[in-house]
Ligand binder design. Structure first.
Ligand code: URA
Length: 310
């Protein structure tokens, strides 16, 4: 185990020092990450693993070093800090976003999407069929953020279009909104696969691991800054823990608002975030729908939305 952690650390350091994507082969990353991260799991399994201890860059900063899983978390933190420094120097901010027209915001989101499509900073970039930047209203008051694309999204390059996506559409409609009213995105922009050699296989989805999240999160942070929503709904434990920077279980995080804090963008206007069950988990555990609906109703109350009649 120790050797595997060292191997991953060495790979990451190499990556950080050279910044040459080719130096970190997909196979090496996947192999190393598989040893240090949680075992591959489906979206729904992710929901059920309440005590999942993925280390997130910012959460690890807040915690004592004894709580951090040493090398991996140090390395992901280092990666995230480099990303943060870069992102802070980029010419956008939440404040800038509030002065931008819808068309200007769309242009900024298009530019971020182009960067995502060109990104090969982690091995998911080599195995994806399509990057999935996210889509929706550039002026959205509400954003939904999941963990990462699955099979259908990988094939079409659009977020939440499979069975889970169809349920998400129904959840959005129950709130009195349309898909086009909100922005839908993911923490990871490329399909994390159990077997990356077979993107055509069904049931090949897994949650993004800590390294993949650390490298990719700047994109969702830039999208949030560009859109400058008032509310975010984190779908599932992985998105919730990453965006709330709290390693507590989804069960402990859901049912209340938190303040969103981003690594790379200082939010001058507070953004409220609520965590709820991932739609894929709801498909497997319909008895959780009641709690998910209660979470969404909290957002509706804040936004002054009424459930449509009929
Ligand atoms: N699950 C996610 O987390 N995101 C998607 O886009 C699809 C399924």
């Amino acid at each position: 185990m120790k050797d595997n952690v060292r191997a991953l650390a060495a790979e990451f350091k190499k990556f950080l020092s050279t910044r040459q994507e080719d130096d970190l082969t997909p196979a090496a990353f996947t192999q190393a990450a598989a040893h240090v991260s949680e075992p591959a799991r489906t979206h729904a399994e992710t929901e059920q693993q309440d005590h999942l201890t993925i280390e997130f860059a910012r959460a690890s900063k807040k915690q004592t070093s004894s709580h951090c899983s040493a090398t991996l978390s140090t390395v992901t933190q280092e990666t995230a800090e480099k990303e943060q420094n870069g992102a802070l120097n980029e010419s956008f901010s939440q404040e800038t976003a509030t002065t931008m027209s819808k068309a200007e915001k769309q242009a900024l989101l298009d530019q971020i999407a182009e960067e995502i499509k060109a990104c090969h900073r982690c091995p998911l970039g080599a195995t994806r069929l399509n990057a999935v930047p996210g889509e929706g209203n550039p002026n959205a008051t509400l954003m939904f953020i999941g963990e990462g694309p699955g099979f259908d999204e990988d094939h079409k390059g659009r977020p939440f279009i499979g069975r889970a996506g169809q349920l998400l559409d129904k959840m959005i409609a129950a709130m009195g909104l349309k898909r086009e009213d909100v922005f839908i995105g993911n923490i990871a922009k490329c399909h994390p696969m159990v077997n990356p050699e077979n993107p055509e296989a069904h049931g090949n989805d897994r949650a993004p691991n800590a390294g993949e999240i650390a490298v990719c999160r700047k994109f969702i942070e830039r999208q949030i800054a560009a859109i400058s929503p008032k509310y975010v709904v984190a779908l599932g434990g992985v998105a919730a823990k990453a965006l709330i920077s709290d390693t507590n279980s989804l069960g402990a995080l859901r049912g209340k608002f938190h303040l969103l804090h981003l690594d790379s963008v200082e939010l001058k206007k507070p953004v409220k975030i609520i965590a709820t069950y991932h739609p894929a988990a709801l498909l497997r555990n319909p008895n959780w729908k009641k709690d998910a609906w209660a979470d969404l109703q909290m957002v509706m109350a804040e936004m002054g939305l009424k459930r449509p009649q009929g």
